[in-house]
Design a protein around this ligand. Structure first.
Ligand code: GUN
Ligand code: ZN
Length: 644
């Protein structure tokens, strides 16, 4: 089976790689659809790789099989010989022609055998294309036949196999089809959705993918049939699509249409030089419009390949930066249909929860709907737990709350009654001691920019007087109380109430950064036990992990290490996923887990790169990046918190 290695990610979206007989494929990857007859191609396959950096293509084994001259050539010199291409080639099976023409003339065994014979790197099962509008019975029959054929294909196929997932608009059938495909396929190809793409039915598309995606094994490669328009790439990547096939670059070129991430434009309507890419510097688009037809089509196809490849690069970079939601929201403004799709995706937010990271570097608002992202929904859930049963709070404007001001905000009245403070934020009312947490801390909201230049309550004393005046002692310095509150609140946030209380018995104290005044570490005596990251979350040192292990009953916060990897992990090496025996299902990607052996002895501490449910499915790559490990007792513990 395929060995998919995950290298970087943003939620479900993944930067990864896997090997084929003709080389490695790095995902997400755009696979241009090429015609098996080279004379029908506006741009040759080798040019596509050389000039546009697209190193993998997909072609139709069915058209090859059906056309005697092509079949002969492919049987003699293989599909790579026919295409004059030595990179990875995926072949499709003919189900699309079933959709387009109502039937195919080949049987499932024969077309699979043919794909084997011509040396396809990824062969595809001849599935039944289930049209989106059919009833449950018909969809179920299509799924059943596809599964039967996939079982037979698996037995007949030694190499990589793509198993399509069908099921129309039915959640139960999509789920079943996805689970069966996961057991049989290396590449799991979400199918039957071309009409949704063509008719801009992106809300249905989102619901279809949402009912499929959770049932696809994280260890396999996810393909989406029909994602040709660059406008949809970010949207599809958000759902964790790894492979995109594009015939749009050519289809649109035939109709004289230029592809852009913002939509498509008819070249005949273009009077201005709106594009300054290398191609358009050579011949400006208005001049391309006047070329003779074949040349004109070729130039437009090249332009379309270029913008498609560039958008794929933008998507990949957004995944690395953790800004894919921002990108999708921006792309969704291109067309109301895409906005409807995004809205439907948010409506199925729970699909994203299992792989939602504990934090990202930034949270940039693009519109009111940014506050419905999964990150915000998870934050609100935890916030509700945190504030349950707390007494009412008074309000402080957030603008007045730099750390040095905070020292003057009283945490008790003159008569000793405790005080709570909250600020109004774009996420709702939030306790002041939590304002640094992701997603609030790094949030860039329009509300902040709106209040810029307005008369702001810069005089904190005046603000406090206005809220309650004589009750407070405004001369007192409350730094210590705030520090204690922040320490307690971060541990409570992260570990819940009984565990936070158990940790508090260690007489913890907070340490602030000398430079920014923010909480940066938690000490027990003089020993650093937690560092506070930029996301505001506490991350245990090795000594902190020892405390956690005592305070949290198993399996909480644990990742259990296979006996064969214990020695490596104790020395500080990363934990590879195949050596992760199990993990606390509540741990999130990016959180710090404690690595223990089967007897719960502590080995190391590290950051999760995979969600717990993914660890057993991925056989390659790192599951936990170790940050501190078992040391000999005389070695000093790390880190001045200001260095963090
Ligand atoms: N091409 C576009 N859609 C499909 C599909 O559902 N199945 C297959 N095999 N190819 C496709
Ligand atoms: Zn251009």
């Amino acid at each position: 089976m395929v060995e998919f290695e995950l290298l970087d990610r943003d939620g479900l979206a993944r930067i990864g790689r896997f090997d084929t007989p003709h080389g490695r494929i790095e995902t997400p990857a755009l696979l241009p659809v090429v015609h098996p007859d080279p004379t029908r191609q506006p741009v040759s396959t080798s040019e596509i790789r050389r000039r546009f950096g697209l190193g993998t293509v997909i072609t139709s084994s069915y058209i090859t099989w059906r056309t005697p001259a092509l079949r002969g050539a492919a049987e003699r010199s293989g599909i790579h010989g026919l295409l004059d291409f030595d990179g990875p080639v995926m072949t499709d099976s003919g189900a699309f022609q079933q959709h387009a023409y109502g039937h195919v003339e080949v049987g499932p065994e024969e077309i699979l055998e043919f794909q084997n014979r011509i040396g396809s790197d990824i062969a595809t099962v001849l599935d039944v294309f289930v049209e989106p509008g059919v009833d449950h019975a018909e969809a179920e029959a299509g799924v059943g036949t596809t599964i039967e054929r996939a079982r037979a294909a698996r037995r007949a196929r030694p190499g990589l196999l793509a198993v399509p997932v069908q099921g129309g608009a039915f959640d139960d059938l999509r789920a079943r089809s996805a689970r069966e495909a996961s057991a049989l396929g290396d590449v799991l190809a979400i199918g039957g959705v071309v009409p949704l793409f063509e008719q801009y039915r992106f809300a249905e598309l989102a619901r279809t993918i949402a009912s499929t995606r959770p049932h696809l094994s994280p260890g396999r490669v996810v393909h989406l049939f029909g994602t040709g328009h660059p406008m949809t790439f970010a949207f599809a990547a958000l759902f964790g699509v790894d492979l995109f096939d594009s015939s749009a670059y050519h289809k649109f070129a035939r109709r004289g249409r230029l592809l852009f991430p913002e939509g498509s434009i008819a070249i005949d309507e273009l009077r201005e030089r709106t594009c300054r890419c290398a191609l358009c510097e050579e011949i400006p688009l208005p001049a391309v419009a006047k070329l003779e037809p074949a040349e004109r089509e070729r130039r437009i196809a090249e332009h379309n390949l270029l913008t498609s490849a560039a958008e794929m690069g933008v998507v990949r970079q957004a995944i690395r930066d953790g800004t894919l939601w921002e990108l999708v929201e921006r792309r969704a403004t291109a067309h109301p249909a895409l906005r409807a799709g995004l809205s439907a995706a948010r409506g199925r937010g729970e699909v994203f929860f299992p792989t939602e990271p504990a934090s990202r570097r930034a949270f940039r608002e693009t519109g009111p709907s940014s506050y419905d992202r999964p990150a915000v929904r998870l934050f609100r859930e935890r916030l509700a737990r945190y504030t349950r049963g707390l007494p009412p709070a008074r309000t402080l404007p957030r603008i007045a709350l730099s750390p040095d001001y905070l020292s003057r905000v009283p945490l008790a009245t003159r008569t000793g009654e405790p005080l709570r403070w909250e600020s109004e934020t774009s996420f709702g009312r939030v306790p002041v001691e939590l304002l640094e947490l992701y997603p609030i801390g790094p949030c860039l909201s329009s509300a902040e920019f709106e209040s810029m230049g307005r008369r702001t309550p810069s005089d904190l004393t005046a603000v406090l007087r206005a809220t309650g005046s004589e009750e407070f002692d405004l001369e007192r310095d409350w730094t210590e109380e705030w520090t204690d509150l922040e320490v307690r609140s971060r541990l409570l946030w992260q570990y819940g109430s009984p565990s936070a209380e158990a940790l508090a018995r260690h007489l913890l104290r907070g340490q602030r950064s000398r430079r920014t005044g923010r909480l940066r570490g938690i000490l027990a005596g003089d020993i650093p036990v937690f560092q506070i990251g930029n996301d505001g979350l506490p991350r245990p040192s090795f000594r902190g992990a020892e405390m956690l292990r005592a305070a949290l009953p198993p399996p909480r916060a644990r990742v259990i290490v296979h006996a064969d990897a214990i020695g490596f992990v104790r020395e500080g090496r990363s934990l590879f996923s195949r050596f992760a025996l199990g993990a606390d299902a509540d741990l999130r990607i990016g959180e710090t887990g404690i690595l223990v052996d089967a007897q719960d002895a502590l080995l190391a501490v590290g950051r999760l790169l995979l969600a717990p449910h993914e660890m057993s499915c991925l056989r390659r790559g790192v599951a936990v990046r170790v940050t501190a490990h078992a040391k000999r007792p005389h070695e000093p513990e790390e880190a001045d918190p200001d260095e963090a």
